[in-house]
Design a protein around this ligand. Structure first.
Ligand code: AGP
Length: 610
């Protein structure tokens, strides 16, 4: 996790670094720091806690200079305090480094360096980097970093500066994301493009085991052994307004409200003349359409992405009639899964950087599986691992809790299931058409859900003091219950459980009393009657019920006061509308509790450790 940034150019570096770190804070916010080069040498400024604290303690007059690096941390090795904050530097303050990743063999390196007289300050693995670079430094920073990286094991994205070479920055990556931004007379290095939006939209994605020499006159990429690499720049389509709150109190509510747009971007081009088109899947289409070639699908993801995969499993089984499974990436490769060359693995990851998902994909590939990634980040690590990437086109998501990227994942997965169904000559063409029609209509339907924000806020406010919630759903909306509960947990710190409603009487029903609100998904579906029975069971035990129902459901109207009504929609498209309602509910509960919605405690948006 952690976010890194580097700047070299003609402007004051500190301001640009702070602005970039603000956009990278979703990657971790235990501490922050920056280092700038100037005539006095290396100026380093760090602080425990969020970036704002660093900014408040800023002595801008001492922090002048046109070259600098910055870091925002999610602690792994060493507690989140000022000493462990990055940038780290060597004993002579001649080398400063920011690092995202883990140096696995740091203990051995540290012991050796200490035996040669190096004095370490922090408990971090990262601090070995500046000391080691210094030990190799013979007047050429690039060469010293190359030698260092040949010795370290683990993963990293780093940016390095030195007062010995005040017009140079060296950056490198292995396993952690790194993008170089190409401006007019200025260059950036960062964990992702959001950090440089507004300055440039021309970027170069750095690959593993590559090192980048950034000077005032340009950027040179090479391998660790020095062979030059030519890589064309890519133009980024995201724009700066997408990474600003634009009047909203939090990014999360802005991103919830953006869903009609993000869904349109995910869906529109992919439905043409009543058929699903995925040009990126063309190379796989023959195999996808042939049950002798692809005979099972496994969906993988973590957290919210896992819940999306769960919906994907139900949808592809129903419409394409392929045996499908879903697993959490973190469990998958340790459970001896049966993966064969006939297996298609669909890995879902908003960031494309989740370590567990990357590892699961690698495992599946070793077993001969075909692999597809569904991601929101162009050029992310997962795109390098898989056979084919499907972009979600949801636009940047800054709040740690996923909202618009979840609904885009669901939309893309539904379209993917229907695409495979089309290839397999389905018997029930009408059923496919009906779902496709409602998927196309989703942005408009989501708009209607969003108009109920005030009603949802009203309910959320009344329930914001409870400490436990149960979310019940069945079939395609069992994963919706899991996601609803996760959303509430992660931003409001309220204990919440998602549960299959039919399983309740086998244990969880014992929990129900007046102190345990139960959120019941009772929208129009095959299991509507069964959900009504479950509601009666909760009711009979004095449970407080919040229902999610379809507009016009008279039975619910007479039974439950706190109901959120959703527009009528195909059962297999309903998880998207339900997700939006649950996001609003969780958001308003957390906001009424006065919590930091965008940066919940202990979390980071991309989880790049196991
Ligand atoms: C979502 O609200 C969570 N913050 C989290 O569960 C997230 O979905 C998970 O870490 C997976 O991230 P990814 O999609 O970037 O792989």
């Amino acid at each position: 996790m952690c976010g890194i940034i580097g700047y070299i150019g003609k402007r004051q570096a500190a301001k640009i670094l702070v602005e970039g770190l603000r956009r990278l804070e979703y990657r971790g916010y235990d501490s922050a720091g920056l280092a700038v080069l100037n005539n006095a040498g290396l100026f380093v400024h760090k602080s425990q806690g969020k970036l704002e604290r660093l900014v408040n303690r800023f002595q801008s007059n001492r922090c002048l200079g046109n070259v600098g690096i910055g870091h925002t941390r999610w602690a792994t090795h060493g507690i989140p305090n000022e000493v462990n904050a990055h940038p780290h530097y060597d004993s002579k303050r001649k080398i400063a480094v920011v690092h995202n990743g883990i140096i696995e063999n740091f203990r051995g390196i540290r012991t050796h360096l200490e035996s040669t007289g190096c004095r370490f300050r922090s408990e971090t693995d990262s601090e070995v980097l500046p000391h080691l670079i210094d030990s190799y430094y013979k007047g050429n920073l690039l060469q010293a970093v190359q030698s260092t990286l040949r010795q370290v094991e683990g993963n990293y994205a780093i940016a390095v500066i030195s007062p010995n070479e005040p017009t140079r920055m060296v950056a490198a990556r292995k396993g952690s994301p790194l993008v170089i931004g190409l401006g007019a007379d200025e260059f950036f290095a960062a964990s992702d493009v959001t950090a440089m939006l507004g300055h440039t939209d021309e970027v170069v994605y750095v690959e593993d085991d590559e090192i980048v020499d950034v000077a005032m006159d340009g950027v040179r990429i090479s391998t660790l052994s020095g062979e030059p690499i030519q890589r064309a720049a890519t133009t980024v389509s995201w724009d700066i307004s997408q990474v600003q709150k634009e009047g909203y109190p939090h990014f999360m509510i802005k991103e919830i409200m953006e869903q009609p747009i993000s869904l349109r971007q995910s869906i529109n081009e992919r439905i043409q003349a009543g058929r699903v088109v995925f040009p990126e899947l063309e190379p796989l289409s023959e195999n996808l359409g042939n049950s002798d070639k692809i005979n099972q699908v496994v969906f993988l993801g973590c957290g919210t992405a896992y819940h999306a995969g769960f919906v994907g499993k139900y949808t592809i089984e129903k419409f394409a009639r392929i045996p499908a499974a879903v697993d959490m990436s973190s469990e998958f490769r340790y459970s001896s899964p049966v993966v064969t060359p006939g297996t298609l693995v669909v890995a879902i990851s908003q960031s494309g950087e989740t370590t567990d998902t990357l590892a699961a994909v690698r495992y599946a590939k070793e077993q001969g599986a075909t692999t597809i990634a569904i991601t929101n980040v162009v050029g992310s690590s997962i795109t390098r691992e898989v056979d084919v990437t499907i972009n979600m086109y949801a636009g940047p998501e800054i709040a740690v809790a996923a909202s618009k990227t979840y609904t885009s994942q669901l939309a893309v997965l539904s379209l993917f299931a229907l695409y495979v169904a089309q290839l397999r000559q389905p018997r029930d063409v009408d059923a496919i058409e009906a779902l496709l029609h409602d998927i196309e209509d989703l942005p408009a339907q989501v708009e209607k859900v969003l108009t109920q924000a005030a009603t949802i806020e009203h309910i959320a406010k009344r329930y914001s003091t409870y400490n436990h919630f149960l979310y019940l759903g069945r079939h395609i909306n069992y994963p919706s219950a899991l996601e609803g509960a996760l959303k509430l947990k992660e931003i409001s710190y309220i204990h919440a459980e998602g549960y299959p409603a039919g399983e309740m009487k086998h244990g969880a029903i014992a929990l129900i009393d007046e102190e345990m609100p139960v959120v019941c998904i009772v929208s129009e579906s095959e299991v509507h009657e069964k959900m009504l029975s479950n509601i009666q069971e909760v009711h009979a035990r004095k449970g407080r019920i919040i229902a999610i129902a379809t507009k016009g459901d008279l039975e619910i109207e007479t039974l439950i006061q706190d109901t959120i009504y959703l527009p009528q929609i195909h059962e297999f498209a309903s998880p998207i509308l339900i997700a939006v309602a649950f996001q609003l509910f969780a958001y308003y509960v957390a906001a009424h509790r006065g919590l930091d919605v965008d940066q919940p405690r202990n979390l980071a948006k991309s989880v790049t450790v196991e």
